[in-house]
Design a protein around this ligand. Structure first.
Ligand SMILES: [Zn+2]
Length: 337
């Protein structure tokens, strides 16, 4: 089952999508030629007609939402880290996390800042709220590799979210000696207040309450990632959602999923569309919105800024609702006369 594969997923190196053009799983990838406006209308219609919506969200969604890992947002916030560790590693928040920090004080010095900036401090980003507005009236479920907690902040219920790769707000035993994760936000707050020269005080370095060893962020970066009770419940709910809506019209709304870990969302989504003739795919991606040509009208791949296309889809879908609302109101007035 897909879920069993998920739990063994390892972070692979980023590959260019063109490497998949001549191979499995999608040998017929195309950039669709329909004009942008037509694609927006088609996407809105698919969502209108859907019985249920399955959202698949990757890093591109958070980037489009404004949680950018590079550029000025990185250099403004991590100036002292760049100066201390050098600009070769410290190019953006993704690469910086892989720096071989020489001590636990240095490791937590970095991660407490990273987690604070991307998980604790930001409110619900408007783009995530737009996603919620789009789907909240229908049965929906979110499968995401994002670890910034934005779906919860935007209003999605915990029971409708499966965040497969962890959460910046949690920590775990670095060796995964027991299947439990711990809230790290209070600790990160104290670390932020006491960090000096990129280091946290030794007394704040967390230790595993079971084996006494090192702790780590609850992120899937090695074989020690902890799949706790909550993770397993979410995985089961995801499986149940797929089963429950097997014969319904389901729209798979894929947002910002590239080719970094395509076996978690991208390829399974394509397979599900292949296997269920009433299911359709809406793929929004800044530059990798290629879709299997064989899906025909069951796929809309919009190669554009996700913030722009989602807002346009919402407006298009909302426009239909408003018109319907008006006509009902007028009918009501007539009845009164
Ligand atoms: Zn332990």
């Amino acid at each position: 089952m897909a879920i069993q594969i998920l739990s063994r997923e390892k972070k692979s190196k980023k590959v260019d999508f063109s490497q998949f053009l001549n191979g499995v799983p999608a040998r017929d990838y195309v950039f669709q030629s329909a004009p942008y406006e037509q694609q927006i209308r088609e996407a809105a219609q698919l969502l209108e007609r859907a019985d249920a919506v399955l959202i698949g969200a990757g890093a591109g969604l958070s980037t489009a939402a404004g949680l950018n890992y590079g550029g000025k947002r990185f250099t403004d916030n991590f100036r002292e880290f760049i100066e201390k560790y050098g600009s070769a590693y410290m190019t953006d928040m993704y690469s910086a996390g892989f720096y071989p920090f020489p001590s636990e004080e240095a490791k937590w010095g970095y991660w407490s800042k990273h987690a604070w900036l991307n998980r604790v401090e930001p409110p619900a980003m408007p783009l995530y709220q737009t996603v919620f507005e789009l789907v909240k009236e229908k049965p929906h479920f979110v499968l995401t590799t994002n670890v910034d907690h934005q779906f919860w902040k935007a209003g999605f219920a915990d029971e409708n979210i499966f965040a497969t790769q962890g959460d910046y707000g949690e920590i775990q035993c670095a060796r995964g000696c027991h299947d439990k994760v711990y809230d790290g936000t209070g600790l990160f707050h104290r670390m932020n207040l006491t960090r000096k020269d990129c280091l946290v005080p030794t007394e704040l370095v967390p230790r595993c309450p079971v084996c006494g060893g090192k702790m780590a962020m609850h992120l899937r970066c090695d074989q020690y990632f902890v799949e706790d009770e909550h993770w397993n419940e979410a995985a089961a709910r995801y499986g149940a959602f797929l089963k429950e809506h097997k014969t319904d019209k389901v729209v798979l709304l894929e947002l910002g999923v590239g080719f970094n870990t395509p076996t978690i969302i991208r390829f399974p989504f394509e397979q599900m569309v292949r296997e269920n003739r009433d299911w359709a795919l809406i793929r929004l991606n800044l530059d990798e919105a290629v879709v299997p040509e064989s899906f025909g009208s069951r796929a809309v791949g919009i190669n554009d800024d996700i913030a722009r296309s989602l807002e346009d889809i919402r407006r298009e879908a909302g426009g239909v609702e408003e018109k319907e609302g008006l006509s009902i109101e007028k009918a009501g007035e007539k009845d009164e006369e």
